[in-house]
Design a protein around this ligand. Structure first.
Ligand SMILES: [Zn+2]
Length: 282
């Protein structure tokens, strides 16, 4: 709902308002972040990039950049009105000499900072920064995909909103993914009432300890491992030798079919729920 009906409004005329001051743009960023916190079901204060990563959202700045270079692509293909092409054509590099790194447009050096930040030169700068390979792609769809994959490297990541999880499980998973669920996380965020970052067993209560080694949850963990093994979903310990990779597999594995991924995550989340759910956390 947010992506379709609200975020699209932020894109409207973004090529023009994108040159506004950082203080003004930060106000919109704050709204986008708050929407991310609500959609992901995570706690306010969660790391911005982790929240957007677990939702597979772009930041507003990335959305603006993507839109700007798309405009430039259309201008270069002459798919816009002539008067718009004329505005940009006067900055086009005549390329009288064959240079290895020649830019398609020249940005004048003798202009004020204010003009440099103005929409036209701002868009040209972003276009110049794109690789030649992407700039010269033949179709808008291939261009869009190439640009998107540079902005979101993990483009095939499936966010929890597209998985078959209950809302409560979705919140647990996202809070684990953004590292804001366990005692160490609360302690590092200076939560009132959290006086240390230790698990009652004495170790640091972080995601790795909780999922893989805390002796307080050995029985529940054995049940989880058994269930994963029975469904052929347990990681291969010869490949996933590193514990960080094992945690990544349990929380992020993305190469399985959608059904297997749902099953894997539901088994892991059953483990989390059987260990404990703090009433304040979910
Ligand atoms: Zn422990």
């Amino acid at each position: 709902m947010y992506s379709s009906y609200v975020a699209s409004n932020f894109d409207y005329c973004s090529a023009l308002y994108g040159s506004a001051s950082l203080a003004l743009l930060a106000k919109l960023d704050k709204l986008h972040y708050q929407a991310g916190v609500i959609c992901a079901g995570v706690l306010h204060g969660s790391d911005t990039s982790k929240v957007f990563q677990c939702l597979n959202w772009k930041t507003l700045s990335q959305r603006r950049n993507e839109k700007n270079v798309r405009i430039m692509f259309k201008i270069n293909k002459r798919n816009v009105a002539q008067y718009i092409c004329d505005i940009f054509d006067k900055y086009r590099n005549p390329a009288t000499r064959l240079l290895r790194h020649s830019m398609p447009y020249n940005i004048p050096t003798n202009v004020s900072i204010r003009l440099l930040k103005a929409p036209v030169l701002n868009i040209i700068k972003q276009w110049n920064n794109l690789s030649q390979l992407i700039r010269e792609l033949p179709t808008i769809s291939s261009f869009k995909n190439a640009v998107r994959s540079t902005i979101l490297p993990n483009i095939n990541f499936i966010p929890t909103t597209k998985l078959n999880l209950t809302r409560s499980n979705e919140k647990i998973l996202n809070r684990l993914r953004v590292d804001f669920f366990l005692k160490e996380h609360f302690f590092s965020h200076n939560f009132i009432g959290v006086t240390d970052n230790k698990c009652p067993c004495g170790s640091l209560e972080n995601t790795k300890h909780f999922l893989l080694s805390c002796p307080r949850h050995t029985d529940d963990r054995t049940n989880m491992i058994t269930a994963l093994r029975q469904n052929n979903l347990l990681y291969d310990e010869n490949i996933y030798t590193n514990r960080n990779d094992q945690v990544k597999y349990l929380l992020y594995e993305n190469t399985l079919s959608r059904d297997s991924q749902n099953l894997l995550l539901n088994i892991v989340l059953n483990f989390v729920r059987s260990c404990y759910i703090h009433p304040l956390r979910i």
